[in-house]
Each structure stands twice: as structure tokens, then as C-alpha cells.
Design a protein around this ligand. Structure first.
Ligand SMILES: *[C@@H]1O[C@H](CO)[C@@H](O)[C@H](O)[C@H]1NC(C)=O
Ligand SMILES: *[C@@H]1O[C@H](CO)[C@@H](O)[C@H](O)[C@H]1NC(C)=O
Ligand SMILES: *[C@@H]1O[C@H](CO)[C@@H](O)[C@H](O)[C@H]1NC(C)=O
Length: 505
């Protein structure tokens, strides 16, 4: 307790000395599994900068995203609300999607804007583009944006270069759509994007953004959702061929290099002790890519499933002098980042139903977390089925299980797409403390002592579902090829005419 008080005092002193609330840097990796980082046990990943964050910061063992796929997970991260409320379901947004994260949802950037924060997003947005850029980051509280507004496999990639000197991207990217664009704010700078130079562009942009904010004595929020580690992997000359883990490892190293450059910028500008860096990922590994997919470590299945491998993620909080190094086993979630940032900055919470809770206590004392439950929706949630699973304390109950294409090729028969939807009544219950791999369902019929637990699970599920109002589905609004971003809007025939020689970024 003394320790917590001391830390609150520290934060307060910082404020009063610098007259500046803390800066926030939120880094969101793509399709990165629980077992992909050295600090979570991987033997051949090369991530010196993430290791530095883990060794000098707080590492979470029980941190969850809210969806086993990209767009819904990002919606929850930025709003502190389950994706079902904002309508980012079923599945993910595409280049020509009509919908996007509704503009009346309040993002972390919008929470911080009234306090005068400078805000920027770099990388994979994936919350919609829409007609005339209706749903781009610049419409959701971010002053600036540089990035590909959706997944970088959502456009033909066969002829694109993913590794130097001219190694083509592998595999099946989406054909029949425009090639992936690089946008600055709402303007297309390159189409197709130059993957080999992308990280350099992102690093330079991050450095300039941070330096500019510090110069103006403005607190800042930098959101960097990286494309790296999502298929098809790519890396420029500084990372290509530099790891023992092949293409996936090289891509991860390139993300790590950028984190290193951000740390150097924070040191050079003198704000590293007034900046919280939070790192986590959007969903579990895409196991169907085998050596080019990630690794869930000891957890079951991966992307697309509501097993632990699909939604439990590496997470690290780093704030030298404020967050003491260590490991926490408290349950926490991407939902909790918005309320935590609001609490640390003194910002007002949006006046909506929030699913996140303030996790400041966990950051400061490694315990005392307020979250006892975590809800698991599938990639295609609906009111009829409701939750697929829920975690209550150390227990996890599955009401439905199903495999996924993204998790195919694993030997575990529960993971591939052939594992059809199966209802469980009573639910399959696992003790995640004893059995984090969800291998051994508890034998409820032989355990009268667990009847109370079953009752509690049932009650928590009912209460939660009664509080859930599904927002209108943004994905069911469909797609319109005319909405696909095109650097040459009037050209013909689309999509192939949407190619422009790169502008410098
Ligand atoms: C946003 O607007 C829609 C449509 O009017 C409404 O259904 C929804 O509840 C609103 N969401 C918020 C967070 O206010
Ligand atoms: C997009 O903007 C252009 C130019 O301002 C306008 O003509 C067009 O109607 C807009 N499209 C939509 C769907 O709003
Ligand atoms: C790749 O380039 C070849 C030769 O220019 C062309 O015929 C083919 O259509 C291109 N493929 C894609 C998917 O863009």
C-alpha cells in the first residue's frame, strides 16, 4: 500500500514539476501470439528492445484482447467497449467497406484531445476508410496519420517486393482489389506501398511527431499498430536475414527496431520518464501460415478461435521510475487501456457504457486488479448465441467451441476449421491456473464443490448479456468497389489503374 501511495505521489510530483500530464505510446502488434517473444519463452526471436521493455517494465501473463481477429479487436482497444456495442462485427473491414468505426464512438485520442494532447497514428488502422475517408484516423481524434488503412494483404501482392533486394511477397493476398496504399492523413502517398522503405518512413514520422510535441511542450499520444508479423511478412535492409527465425523473425525484428528508435527519441528529447509505453497485440497467431505464422506458446489454438491461443496476448507496460519491473498475473484487457489512460492523464471518461476498468493499481503495485471476468465473442457474434466463453477468476467456461481456418494445420483437432460449432451445456470448464492449455475439462458431475461456481458463471453470463446492446453491424453494410482507395480516382479500368509512382514520405 505504501508503495502505491509513493507512486501516486511520484506521478503527482511529475505533474507539478513538469506541468505536463504523461505521454502515452501504444504499440499494437498484429497476429502476434502469446509465445512469440523471447520474454514469453521463445528461443529464437530477436527482440532486444521489447526485451528491454519487459526487463525494465511490467509483463502481464493474463492479458486479453476482445476478438480473435483484427478490426473488432482494434475497435475495443480504442473505445474501451466490446466490439458488439460499436458494430465492428462480423469479421473484418475490407478496402471497399461502406462501414467503419462509428464517428460517435469515443477513441482514446478523443479522450485526450480536450487536454491539449498532440495525437498521431502510424500503421494499420483497419477501422474503415469509407466515402471520402469518412472513417480514417483523422476523423477519430488523431491529428496526423501515416499508414496503410487496413491489412497489407488486402490487395494483390504477387508482384510486390517484401524483402531486399527483390524477394517477392509470398502467397495469396487478395486479388481483384486495388493495391495497398500508403496514406498520409487522408492523401495517398504511394500505391502500391513500398514495403522495403515503410519502417523507415514510420520511424521518421514517429521521431518527428515526438520531437515536435516536446518542443512545443505539448503532451502526446502516439498509437502505433504495426503490420509486422501479419502475413505476408516483409522487412527492409536493417532487419532482413538478421534472425534465426526466418521471415517471421525478420519482420518482428523490424518492429523491434522501430521500438528502439522510439526509445532513443524519448531519451534524446528527455521525456522517457514521463512516458508510459504499452505494448500488446490484436489477436493470436495465424497458425495456418506455419513458419510464417506466430506461436501461441503453451496456449490452445490461435487466431479465429475463442481458446486462449486466440485471445491471450503478450503485454508489457514500461515507464521508468514509475512502473517497477516485474510480472503480474492479474487479469487485464485491451478494454482497460482507455480508462487507465484517462485516469493517468486526468481526462474525462466518455459518457457511454464502458467495458474497461482502470488498471492503474496493477501498473503501480502489480496487483489489486479490478477485473474478475473476461468475455469471449467469436469472430461473428450475434445475439442468438451470445458469448462463446467467459473467464471468471482462474476458471474459463466455454459455452460454444469452434475451430477456424486461421488456426488450421495444427495437430490439435479442436483448432482447424473442421472443428464445427459445438454447444456445451453445462459449459466446458477449465482451471487456467492448473491447466492453461485448456486440455482437461473439470469433471463437474463428480465435483459437488463446483456447483456454486457453475451457478456464478451462469449468473455472470446472464447479467453481462442483459447489459449488452448490439450496435448496428458495420460489416453487414457491405462493400462498394468505388470506395476502395485509389490515387487516381477517375481512372479506368479499376482496380489496376490505381497505381501511382511513389511520392517521398
Ligand atoms: C451512435 O449512433 C447510433 C445511431 O444513431 C446509435 O445507435 C448509437 O447508440 C450511438 N453510439 C453512441 C456510443 O453514442
Ligand atoms: C466525396 O467528395 C466529393 C468532392 O467533395 C463529392 O463530390 C462527393 O459527393 C463525396 N462523396 C460522398 C459519397 O460523400
Ligand atoms: C504481375 O505482373 C505480371 C507481369 O507484368 C502481370 O501479368 C500480372 O497480372 C501481375 N499480377 C498481379 C496479381 O498483379
Amino acid at each position: 500500500m505504501d508503495h502505491i501511495l509513493l507512486l501516486y505521489l511520484n506521478v503527482f510530483l511529475f505533474w507539478s514539476c513538469t506541468a505536463s500530464p504523461p505521454n502515452f505510446i501504444l504499440i499494437f502488434a498484429d497476429d502476434l501470439g502469446f509465445g512469440d517473444l523471447g520474454c514469453y519463452g521463445h528461443p529464437s526471436s530477436l527482440t532486444p528492445n521489447l526485451n528491454r521493455l519487459a526487463e525494465g517494465g511490467l509483463r502481464f501473463t493474463d492479458f486479453y484482447c476482445t476478438s480473435p481477429v483484427c478490426s473488432p479487436s482494434r475497435a475495443s482497444l480504442l473505445t474501451g467497449r466490446y466490439q458488439t456495442r460499436s458494430g465492428i462485427y462480423p469479421g473484418v473491414l475490407y478496402p471497399g467497406s461502406r462501414g467503419g468505426l462509428p464517428l460517435n464512438e469515443t477513441t482514446i485520442a478523443e479522450v485526450l484531445k480536450p487536454l491539449g494532447y498532440a495525437t498521431a497514428a502510424i500503421g494499420k488502422w483497419h477501422l474503415g476508410v469509407g466515402a471520402n475517408g469518412t472513417f480514417l484516423p483523422t476523423r477519430q481524434g488523431f491529428d496526423e496519420y501515416l499508414g496503410i488503412p487496413y491489412s497489407h494483404d488486402m490487395g494483390p501482392c504477387k508482384n510486390l517486393t517484401c524483402f531486399p533486394p527483390d524477394v517477392k511477397c509470398v502467397g495469396l493476398c487478395d486479388v481483384g482489389t486495388v493495391t495497398v496504399p500508403l496514406m498520409h492523413n487522408e492523401v495517398i502517398m504511394q500505391q502500391p506501398v513500398n514495403f522495403l522503405d515503410l519502417e523507415r518512413a514510420y520511424s521518421d514520422f514517429a521521431t518527428q511527431f515526438i520531437s515536435k510535441a516536446v518542443e512545443k511542450e505539448t503532451p502526446f499520444f502516439l498509437y502505433y499498430p504495426s503490420h509486422h508479423t501479419h502475413y505476408p511478412q516483409y522487412a527492409g535492409p536493417e532487419a532482413a536475414g538478421k534472425t534465426l527465425r526466418g521471415k517471421f523473425g525478420d519482420a518482428l525484428l523490424e518492429l523491434d527496431n522501430t521500438i528502439g528508435k522510439i526509445l532513443t527519441t524519448l531519451e534524446n528529447t528527455g521525456v522517457i520518464t514521463n512516458t508510459l509505453i504499452f505494448f500488446t497485440a490484436d489477436n493470436g497467431p495465424e497458425l495456418m501460415r506455419m513458419s510464417r505464422g506466430g506461436n501461441a506458446g503453451p496456449l490452445r489454438c490461435g487466431k479465429g478461435t475463442t481458446y486462449e491461443g486466440g485471445m491471450r496476448e503478450p503485454a508489457i507496460a514500461f515507464w521508468p521510475g514509475i512502473i517497477r519491473p516485474g510480472v503480474t498475473h492479474e487479469i487485464a484487457s485491451t478494454l482497460d487501456i482507455l480508462p487507465t489512460i484517462a485516469s493517468l492523464s486526468g481526462a474525462k471518461l466518455p459518457q457511454v457504457m464502458l467495458d474497461g476498468v482502470d488498471m492503474t493499481d496493477i501498473l503501480f503495485s502489480h496487483e489489486g486488479g479490478k477485473r474478475e471476468t473476461m468475455m469471449f465473442y467469436p469472430t461473428d457474434p450475434n445475439e442468438k448465441y451470445g458469448l462463446f466463453a467467459l473467464r471468471l477468476g482462474k476458471y474459463k467456461a466455454h459455452f460454444y467451441t469452434r475451430g477456424a481456418t486461421h488456426s488450421s494445420t495444427t495437430p490439435d483437432l479442436a483448432c482447424p476449421v473442421f472443428a464445427v460449432l459445438t454447444a456445451h451445456d453445462p459449459p466446458l470448464v477449465f482451471d487456467l491456473e492448473a491447466d492453461p492449455s485448456e486440455n482437461y475439462p473439470l469433471r463437474l458431475e463428480e465435483r459437488p464443490d463446483l456447483q456454486d461456481l457453475l451457478e456464478r458463471i451462469k449468473k455472470v453470463k446472464e447479467q453481462f448479456e442483459a447489459s449488452m446492446v448490439f450496435g448496428e453491424s458495420q460489416l453487414l453494410k457491405g462493400e462498394d468497389p468505388d470506395l476502395e482507395p485509389c490515387c487516381n480516382p477517375q481512372c479506368h479500368p479499376k482496380p489496376v489503374c490505381c497505381e501511382c509512382s511513389p511520392k517521398a514520405v
